[in-house]
Every structure is written in C-alpha cells, then in structure tokens.
Design a protein around this ligand. Structure first.
Ligand code: 5GP
Length: 126
C-alpha cells in the first residue's frame, strides 16, 4: 500500500502558517518548534517541510538534500536547546510511527526530549 499524506494534518497547517507555532529553528527543508504539551523541560518537534507521513516514508522517498538538512537540524536544535552531549546532558529522540508506534500526527516528526533524566526507554512487556 502506498504512503498517503493527509494535507489537513496539524503540522501541515503549521507549515502553511495557518496555525501559530513557537519556532526553535528553521532551515530550507526543516522546521523545529516547541511541543504544545511538553513532556520534559526541553521538548522540541523537528519536522521535514516535505509531505512525509513517517520516518520510514521520509527515509525511503526524501531527497538527499532533505535528509542531510533534517539530520543537520537535529544538531542545531540540540545546540540551541542546550542538550548536546558536548555541552549538556544529552537527550532522547523519539519517532512514534503508525499504529503500533502510537503516532498521533501523520506528518513525520522527531521528538527531542531533555532537560531531565528521561528514565528507561520503554516498559518491558514484550
Ligand atoms: P505523536 O504522538 O504523533 O508522536 O506526537 C504528536 C505531538 O504533537 C504531541 O506531543 C503533541 O503534544 C504535539 N502537538 C499536537 N498538536 C500540536 C500543535 O498544534 N502545536 C504543537 N506545537 N504541538 C502539537
């Protein structure tokens, strides 16, 4: 089944400027903004500007330029947020994906969480 992108999702609306956001960093292909309901002192969402549903969709179909830009943006956001390992205490990066990954917004986004210990990654119930 092909990836289908819903252009009415909330992050598409943010990208079109239809709803406001608290921008942390912006580059040619990437936008980073504060999560509206933060789960940690640092909680930033990094999204590609292109119409990608999920991390796998992005890594399969984005251009090299988009992928490089996105990856470099992670460094910029971590630097701005003070969580880079060389200057801060680190962070957790999460990409919830699809039904099993419990992804709410169907536009690929990477959560950057930090500013406190994030605890163990997942409950061991498998
Ligand atoms: P997901 O569960 O899809 O990985 O995470 C979606 C995230 O988007 C949630 O952490 C939620 O708080 C955040 N979010 C949902 N709507 C908005 C919004 O309108 N603005 C911002 N900045 N974040 C949002």
């Amino acid at each position: 089944m092909p990836y289908t992108y819903d252009s009415q999702n909330i992050f598409a609306k943010i990208l079109r400027g239809e709803i406001p956001n608290s921008t942390v960093y912006e580059s040619e292909h990437t936008l980073a903004f504060k999560d509206i309901a933060p789960s940690a002192p640092v909680h930033v969402l990094i999204i590609p500007k292109g119409p990608y549903v999920s991390f796998d969709h992005f890594s399969a179909e984005a251009s090299d330029a988009e992928i490089v830009d996105f990856t470099r943006s992670v460094n910029e956001v971590c630097k701005i947020s003070g969580v880079r390992m060389d200057a801060g205490n680190g962070f957790r990066a999460i990409a919830n994906t699809g039904r099993d990954g419990v992804q709410d917004v169907p536009h690929f986004h990477l959560h950057i969480l930090g500013g406190r210990s994030m605890g163990r990654m997942v409950t061991k119930t498998a």
